[in-house]
Design a protein around this ligand. Structure first.
Ligand SMILES: [Zn+2]
Length: 223
């Protein structure tokens, strides 16, 4: 507990040193960022996210230190329950409409345009996790730690066809075109969009989050 609190207050080098050999404590740097709670509260009171059988609110996530969310949502499906999310994603309020718009506005139409088959399922490779970015000890707390991120590894069509980011990104022309269209479309809904072209950590999945970038906080990192 003491160590978790220290991780908020002291620079990275010191944190790494303090935690050396202490494997059960997440090693990351976190800052106090009041916008996160303000943004989440605004989303919760706006009424734009309503519970449904496939979208359920969960108890507050919290700790250690800066991780967590006030009232996260478990997304079992999107788009009126038509598209399953497996396993269910646990994300903060603001992520729900962004994922919903991406699936409805990009994934569903692009699946039909490319394969003439509806999309049935999206495989979730990660959502809430209190850990440093890319699991690199001593790094900045990942947006996953704020339940503000989702990782997606593959797409399953209604006919059973599976398109994975890992194989499809450099696969046949149709899979390449489909996955690039999904990635490009995500750059209109999220603020961080990372795919296989970003770095080796993302060779097998898309990472989407709603972090604030740049001075204005409105910049988008799409790569
Ligand atoms: Zn991620």
């Amino acid at each position: 507990m003491l160590v978790s609190r220290l991780s908020v207050l002291v620079p990275a080098g010191i944190v790494a040193l303090l935690l050396w050999g202490c494997s059960q404590t997440p090693q990351f740097q976190a800052q106090h960022e009041p916008w996160r709670e303000q943004e989440e509260r605004a989303c919760l009171v706006s009424g734009q996210v309503r519970e449904k059988p496939w979208l359920m609110s969960r108890a507050a996530l919290g700790g250690p230190s800066a991780c967590g969310a006030l009232k996260p949502f478990e997304m079992l499906a999107v788009s009126d329950g038509r598209v399953q999310m497996k396993p269910a994603a646990l994300v903060r309020c603001n992520m729900v409409p962004a994922v919903e718009r991406w699936v409805r506005g990009v994934v569903e139409p692009e699946a039909f345009r490319h394969y003439r088959v509806p999309i049935a399922e999206i495989e979730v490779a990660g959502s809430y996790a209190c850990r440093p970015r890319n699991n690199q000890a001593g790094g900045k707390l990942s947006e996953h730690g704020h339940a503000n991120a989702i990782d997606i590894s593959s797409f399953i069509l209604a006919d059973g066809r599976v398109i994975t980011v890992k194989q499809g990104w450099n696969g046949d022309s149709r899979d390449r075109s489909f996955l690039r269209a999904l990635h490009a479309g995500a750059c209109r809904e999220f603020t961080t969009i990372l795919g296989p072209n970003a770095d080796a950590f993302h060779h097998d999945h898309f990472h989407f989050d709603l972090a604030r970038h740049g001075r204005s906080g409105n910049e988008v990192v799409c790569r």
